[in-house]
Design a binder for this molecule. Structure first.
Ligand SMILES: [Fe+2]
Length: 381
């Protein structure tokens, strides 16, 4: 380890903690078991991939810090007993990783997002050019950041030939195949198994809440569009959920704590899930929403909960339909929309039987997209 700048002014052992005084006046209290568990020595982690070589139960329960000192390079050396195990930490590692000064990683929560409503996009929707996304790293980065931050993006000038949804996915991650196939056709059908394949309007929804896990990114590519109507509608589901929380904490709490069933079935498929409409993380931050009036299964709740649930469900549905939360636009031929299906609700208006409306859709997952985003952002550092 190389010589480092002095980040630590002083440290001492107090009971089962290493107490660190930092250069900027901050203080960290680091628990002995945590420190031993995060040992960076080659006996504790594989230094090529950083993966841990032991389990927490391999650390003696009675672990304590016998002594701690700086070596000549400024690294912090900690001697643990009863193992007589010496760990050496760089000051910068300790500062970057100590749990009281660094927030946990979470790229999914409402806190990490730019929530939006209708007037957010007065200057225009987030468009990215297809060629620049395919051929230019910064085009790809722009697009991935938009998906992370605002939850959707429209790629324009995508060739109007079949299968382009899969080409776009291959640039970003992996196709999530379902019973609809690797890709699905959205056009009117006789006796469709899903109302999506009619000319009816569809209210705002997230796709496939009956799957567990749910596909987390949806793509829709417009190949033909000559009907009257058939406009696309988007709502930021995280924003809608925060409005619900502001207007009635009680209604919000019911929807986050009540799990309900969703179902899709046809001759060959019977998919079922049990999930909340609004999902929180351990900090009570919104991380996922699900809403689909077509595929909600029979609602079965304890008798004393049903009235409260319906009040909250109605309130949530009414917020989702508010005009000031919706953006409405028409996908043109060659436009391809990517949505974070854990956050953004989509709808379409009814369309005429005259003319053609033909879209192809497919699913991929956020983990692949975020992985690529992390790699591209790391390269820029
Ligand atoms: Fe849909």
């Amino acid at each position: 380890m190389s010589q480092e700048i002095e980040l630590i002014v002083k440290f001492s052992i107090v009971d089962d903690e290493l107490v660190i005084e930092w250069y900027d006046g901050k203080e960290s209290r680091v628990y002995a078991h945590w420190l031993r568990d995060h040992c960076q020595m080659p006996t504790s982690i594989n230094t090529n991939n950083g993966q841990r070589l032991f389990s927490v139960v391999d650390i003696p329960e009675e672990t304590y810090i016998e002594k701690a000192y700086k070596d000549e390079k400024g690294n912090v050396c900690v001697l643990f007993q009863p193992e007589n195990h010496l760990s050496v930490f760089s000051q910068s590692w300790l500062r970057k990783n100590c749990y009281d000064l660094n927030l946990h990683f979470d790229d999914r929560s409402e806190r990490q997002k730019k929530l939006w409503q209708k007037d957010t996009f007065e200057a225009g929707l987030p468009f990215v050019d297809f060629e620049s996304m395919c051929n230019d790293e910064s085009g790809k980065l722009d697009m991935l950041r938009l998906i992370r931050d605002v939850g959707f993006v429209v790629l324009e000038n995508v060739p109007t030939k079949e299968g382009q949804v899969l080409k776009v996915i291959s640039e970003l991650g992996y196709t999530r195949e379902t019973n609809y196939g690797a890709l699905f056709e959205v056009r009117t059908e006789v006796n469709p198994n899903n109302l999506a394949y009619t000319n009816m309007g569809l209210r705002s929804h997230t796709d496939n809440p009956y799957r567990d896990p749910v596909p987390t990114v949806q793509l829709l590519h417009c190949l033909e569009s000559s009907t009257e109507g058939g406009d696309s509608v988007l709502v930021d589901g995280f924003k809608a959920a925060t409005v619900l929380r502001q207007e009635s904490k009680e209604d919000f709490d019911i929807l986050t704590s009540t799990w309900i069933n969703f179902r899709f079935s046809d001759a060959k498929t019977d998919l079922r899930s049990r999930v909340p409409m609004i999902e929180l993380n351990d900090n009570n931050e919104i991380v996922k929403v699900r809403y689909n009036n077509r595929s909600i299964d029979t609602i079965k709740l304890p008798t004393n909960k049903i009235r409260h649930f319906y009040k909250a469900y109605r309130h949530w549905s009414e917020i989702i339909e508010r005009d000031d939360l919706k953006i409405i636009f028409k996908l043109s031929e060659g436009d391809l929309m990517l949505l974070d299906n854990t956050r953004i609700m989509h709808a379409r208006t009814a369309f005429s039987k005259k003319g053609k409306r033909y879209l192809q859709g497919a699913y991929t997952d956020l983990d692949g997209l975020y992985s690529l985003l992390n790699i591209l952002e790391n390269r820029k550092k």
